[in-house]
Each structure stands twice: as structure tokens, then as C-alpha cells.
Design a protein around this ligand. Structure first.
Ligand code: CP
Ligand code: NVA
Length: 303
């Protein structure tokens, strides 16, 4: 079987996502019923973290364990990556000792170089430019609550960051539309969006972006790696909070999502994230289930 990597949301086709969604439902049901399912017995996942994480580490590590395999955590601080070992060399070595690798790092080019030298599948656990596992969990969560996402409208209010670029790719794969509103100076980088992307509209006013949306979503104003810009961002993003007024512009049954961690009172008000339209805990839990389906698929192919 040819090695398949998952470096951006666009790396899988709609047919593959449809298969993975069905597998996710099966795997989630088994988990809820305490039914052992060990297709990855004796397989090993290496997780490389160059940035902090709670959900990504936990969901991959628990998920691999639940599939019968083992997961090993490495970080920049105490591995040789932090002392300048080239990623190409690290990829050669790690992929001779394990079956699948997950990386959270800075530039997308790092994970691209890593994957080019890996003998086993590589999964993007977040880069500066993409967060495909999270958006896959979000799309799955939407479908679980509301059925097909094709033809729906997702409102993105906030920073043009890794989450947004994965949402824009997901819109092309699944056939939905994204209303985007970012403050001036924090606009979409066209180099990270496919040429002739037909499935998004930019709004200067964040409340207008929420009009008629089926899902409203946001993320932190300062992503990991951009901490030195925090003070400037707090000023620039004033008015971009997702609050009850903006949710009222969306459809009555609109959902609210946030990949977490969240800052109540900055990008989202407490009454929205803790309110009845919010599905943030389901979204976080679904990281576990979709990634188990993804691990099974990348290591074993269709089962
Ligand atoms: N949403 C997400 O990826 O969370 P962590 O940074 O905790 O992994
Ligand atoms: N955009 C955020 C997501 C964290 C899960 C970041 O990159 O820090």
C-alpha cells in the first residue's frame, strides 16, 4: 500500500471522508459500549510536539491505546530536535521504529519535509497554517447534530489562522460556504487558499458574517507562536467577540464551535460558549473518535 499522509484537510477526498465518518460512528459506538477493538495491536504511534497541547496529545495517546497500540510522546525540549537534528534525519529514524507519526510544529514546510523522508504515514497535529484533525472533528460534530453540511453556511469570526485555512479546504471538499470576517491587517493570506476558491465570502463587519449562518465558529486571537503580537491583537480584534448579539444574526438552530482552549470575554462571551447552542465539549470529544478512524485508515487501509 502506498503511504498516505494527512498534512492538510485537502489530502483526503470526499469519498475517503465519507468512509472515515462511517468508521468513526462504528468506532465511537464501540468505545461507548466498552467494546474492546484492537486493530492496531503492537503498532506504535510517535507524537512529536514542538508546541503545547492538551486535547491533541490526549486524543492521540488515548486513541492509540484504545486501538490496541502504543503512543510515545516526544517534544522539542528533551529530544534531539531541540538541539538542531534535521527533520529529514529525525523522519528517517522515527519511521524505522514506528508505524505512524503525528507532528505539531510551526511552519507547514517542516511537516512537508518530515513527511517526504518518512516511511510511514505522517499526521498534522497542527501547524501555523493548518489544523486538519480539528476541522475533521468539527465537520463530524456538525453532521452528528444537524445532518449533511453540504450547502450550509459556516461563519468564521476572528483571526485568519490555521483553523480558518482548514475550514476553507473543508468547504471545498464538503461543498459548504464560509463567511469570513477578520479585522483589517489580519486578512486571509491568498497563498494559503486554493486559487479560484468559490466557497467563501469576506465581510468587513463580523456581525454581517453571522447573518443566516448554520454554524458560527471562532478561535483565539493569538495563536501559539505569535505571543509577541498579543497586545496589538487585543486592540485590533476589539469588536470581533462572538457574543449573543452576533449569534442572534445566525439561524435559530445555529451551532457554536471553538477548537479550544478558549478565552471567555475575548473571542467568545461566556454566555455563548457555555450556552445552549455551543457544542464545544462534543467537538473536543470527537477529536478522539475521528482520529481513531484516521489512524486505522492510514495504517491499515480500508478494513
Ligand atoms: N484544539 C486543540 O488542538 O487543542 P490542544 O492545543 O489542547 O491540543
Ligand atoms: N489557532 C490556535 C489553535 C490551538 C488549538 C493555535 O494555533 O494556537
Amino acid at each position: 500500500m502506498a503511504i498516505k499522509h494527512y498534512l492538510t484537510f485537502a489530502d483526503l477526498t470526499l469519498a475517503e471522508y465519507e468512509y472515515l465518518i462511517e468508521r468513526t460512528k462504528v468506532i465511537k459506538r464501540k468505545f461507548k459500549n466498552y467494546e474492546p477493538y484492537h486493530p492496531l495491536l503492537d503498532r506504535t504511534l510517535v507524537m512529536v510536539f514542538e508546541k503545547n497541547s492538551t486535547r491533541t496529545r490526549l486524543s492521540f495517546e488515548a486513541g492509540m491505546h484504545q486501538l490496541g497500540g502504543a503512543a510515545i510522546y516526544l517534544n522539542t525540549r528533551d529530544s534531539q530536535l531541540g538541539r538542531g537534528e534535521p527533520v529529514e534525519d529525525a523522519a528517517q529514524v522515527m519511521s524505522r521504529m514506528c508505524d505512524v507519526i503525528m507532528i505539531r510544529t510551526f511552519g507547514q514546510e517542516i511537516i512537508d519535509r518530515f513527511a517526504a523522508h518518512s516511511r510511514v504515514p505522517v499526521i498534522n497535529g497542527l501547524t501555523n497554517e493548518h489544523h486538519p484533525c480539528q476541522v475533521f472533528a468539527d465537520v463530524f460534530t456538525y453532521i452528528e447534530h444537524r445532518g449533511s453540511i453540504a450547502g450550509k453556511t459556516v461563519a468564521w469570526v476572528g483571526d485568519a489562522n490555521n483553523m480558518l485555512y482548514s475550514w476553507l479546504q473543508a468547504a471545498e471538499v464538503f461543498g459548504f460556504h464560509v463567511n469570513v470576517s477578520t479585522p483589517a491587517g489580519y486578512d486571509i493570506n491568498p497563498a494559503l487558499v486554493s486559487p479560484n476558491h468559490q466557497r467563501h465570502t469576506v465581510f468587513a463587519n463580523p456581525a454581517d458574517a453571522c447573518e443566516g449562518a448554520d454554524l458560527v465558529t471562532t478561535d483565539v486571537w493569538t495563536s501559539m507562536g505569535y505571543e509577541q503580537e498579543n497586545a496589538a491583537r487585543l486592540k485590533a480584534f476589539d469588536g470581533w467577540i462572538v457574543d449573543a448579539d452576533k449569534m442572534r444574526r445566525a439561524n435559530k438552530d445555529a451551532l457554536f464551535m471553538h477548537c479550544l482552549p478558549a478565552h471567555r470575554g475575548e473571542e467568545v462571551s461566556a454566555d455563548v460558549i457555555d450556552g445552549p447552542q455551543s457544542v464545544v465539549w462534543e467537538e473536543a470529544e470527537n477529536r478522539l473518535h475521528v482520529q481513531k478512524a484516521l489512524l486505522e485508515y492510514l495504517v491499515l487501509g480500508k478494513v
